[in-house]
Design a protein around this ligand. Structure first.
Ligand SMILES: NC(=O)c1ccc[n+]([C@@H]2O[C@H](COP(=O)([O-])OP(=O)(O)OC[C@H]3O[C@@H](n4cnc5c(N)ncnc54)[C@H](O)[C@@H]3O)[C@@H](O)[C@H]2O)c1
Ligand SMILES: O=c1ccn([C@@H]2O[C@H](COP(=O)(O)OP(=O)(O)O[C@H]3O[C@H](CO)[C@@H](O)[C@H](O)[C@H]3O)[C@@H](O)[C@H]2O)c(=O)[nH]1
Length: 459
């Protein structure tokens, strides 16, 4: 058991803190947001993340929430930074929160006798850990305080499982810091815990690779991972656009190329592109990092450009079917950047809605989780509907933006009864098999919209 403090209680910090407490450590979670901390003390989850509240209930006696750095720093052997690093105008990450937190922590480290490892889990430009190390040296604390980079690869909506069963734990830093973190992660790495019923251990997971590297490689690996995944999405979206042009079905093309183990099946779902708090920001950041270091990362620039345009394919398809959108009632289903989260950061829904409004459409939107949260960001005149029926009533087209499982329950007969014209434009190719034959259906990279059989594999 170790004393660990986590600075920042967002998606990453809160999941990390609760998971480390679940694994047996004594954890202090700190945030500058008093409302968040008061809520957490009262047992209120500030985010929607399946299983996280259950995990907290299993570890409550080992975790505390505070706004006090004093409490967080004095006893901690390991101190993990998990504050936000949002994008600046020029694409570079804003490090104000991280450096602010680091300065506060360092001021409380002065006079502390026992060793402390400062761990950065936020996604940051290469060299950030070195900058914090310089701050430590400036206060003469380098004998007792060491630095590590421990990038995080969890996905929102699956944060608990991704944290308990990660594909690897990556630690960048010197020997002492790496050894301390190996100890902190021992139970996780060796999978020596009873899997909770709400997050069962995936089959075949017996241990987690623990990979130690130098600081800079760890920092860059995080961006490289996200950029590669974003590249796969933009690649398959371009193939989808070619499918639309030549009359092929991108789902079948993805099935076929995905069976090649060198390519892999995952992240080949074509649609309206990636959103969220990570891929858009991290691809821009990596491009900026390369650029400021004298390297023009052309492939990444194309990945970003393709993604920027892809979301508007839905509107093109609506125009092709309906002509001008002026005065047309259009339902937008789903606001979050993907299902399973309440997060609307960089969600494709928002620019799509703005463009529909700009073209004069009468827009009605629905989301099962994020409707209230989204209201302040919706353009004037957009009607936020609490039921999917209300959003679809009298609509001339439905634009599926987030593939919430709830939408799979709507039958074609209901759609025909509710909508003025049952035109279903599927931004996630999620309902081609369900609606392809029965409605006026348009997917992304699916010829004519007709449902087809999956590729037949002959024995
Ligand atoms: N969200 C993800 O899925 C994910 C996954 C991997 C990595 N990351 C990276 O992790 C970092 C955190 O992301 P997030 O989504 O959890 O952010 P978030 O915005 O959900 O949470 C950040 C939290 O930090 C708090 N904070 C800001 N300044 C602080 C300070 N000085 N002291 C204490 N608390 C402070 C904020 O109040 C907020 O609660 C980012 O760098 C992000 O790129 C995110
Ligand atoms: O085949 C696919 C897969 C994903 N997406 C979209 O890509 C975005 C991101 O999806 P996902 O990766 O599931 O969500 P995040 O929670 O943003 O997680 C990513 O970003 C995190 C923050 O850096 C990393 O930790 C994770 O490993 C990385 O998957 C979403 O808009 C998805 O709809 C597609 O369009 N097609």
């Amino acid at each position: 058991m170790m004393n660990v403090s986590v600075i920042g209680t967002g998606y990453v910090g809160l999941t990390t803190g609760i998971s480390l407490a679940f694994l047996g450590h004594r954890v202090t979670c700190v945030d500058i947001d008093e409302r968040k901390i008061d809520g957490l003390k009262a047992g209120l989850m500030p985010i929607y993340e399946p299983g996280l509240e259950d995990l907290l209930n299993s570890s409550e006696e080992r975790i505390r929430f505070t706004t006090s750095y004093e409490a967080a720093v004095s006893e901690a052997e390991v101190l993990i930074f998990a504050v936000g690093t949002p994008a600046n105008e020029d694409g570079s990450p804003n490090l104000t929160y991280l450096f602010g937190a680091a300065d506060d922590v360092i001021s409380h480290l002065i006079g502390k006798e026992t060793p402390t490892v400062l761990v950065n889990k936020s996604t940051v430009p290469v060299g950030t850990a070195d900058t914090i190390a310089d701050k430590i040296k400036a206060f003469g604390l380098e004998d007792r305080v060491s630095i590590a980079s421990n990038p995080e690869f969890l996905r929102q909506g699956r944060a608990v499982a991704d944290t308990l069963y990660p594909e690897r734990v990556v630690v960048g830093g010197g020997d002492a810091a790496v050894q301390t973190l190996r100890r902190m992660y021992e139970v996780l790495v060796e999978q020596r815990f009873e899997a909770p019923s709400f997050a069962p251990r995936p089959e075949g997971v017996e241990a987690v690779p623990f990979m130690s590297v130098d600081l800079r490689s760890a920092e860059l690996a995080k961006y490289a991972a996200n950029a590669f995944l974003a590249m796969k999405i933009s690649f398959i979206n371009e193939i989808a656009n070619v499918c639309d042009a030549v009359g092929a079905d991108v789902r079948r093309v993805a099935d076929i190329i995905g069976t090649d183990a060198r390519i892999g099946k995952s992240f080949l779902h074509a649609g309206i592109g990636y959103g969220g708090s990570c891929f858009p920001k991290d691809t821009r950041a990596l491009h900026h990092i390369a650029d400021t270091n004298g390297y023009d990362f052309k492939l990444l620039a194309a990945v970003i450009e393709v993604n920027g345009a892809q979301k508007f394919k839905l509107i093109e398809k609506a125009r092709e079917s309906l002509g001008s959108l002026q005065g047309k009632r259009i339902a937008v289903l789903g606001l979050t950047f993907k299902p399973g989260t309440d997060d609307i950061r960089e969600a494709p829904s928002l620019p799509i809605i703005e463009e529909l409004v700009r073209e004069g459409a009468e827009v009605r939107v629905h989301d099962p989780i994020a409707l209230e949260k989204s209201r302040p960001q919706l353009p004037v005149g957009v009607q936020a509907c609490v039921s999917v029926q209300e959003a679809l009533l009298g609509a001339e087209a439905a634009l599926l933006v987030t593939e919430w499982p709830e939408y799979a329950g709507i039958g074609a007969e209901q759609l025909k009864a509710w909508m003025d014209r049952p035109l279903w434009i599927d931004g996630r190719n999620a309902f081609a098999d369900q609606y392809g034959q029965e409605l006026e259906y348009r997917g992304v990279g699916i010829r004519g919209g007709a449902s087809r059989q999956p590729a037949h594999v002959h024995p």
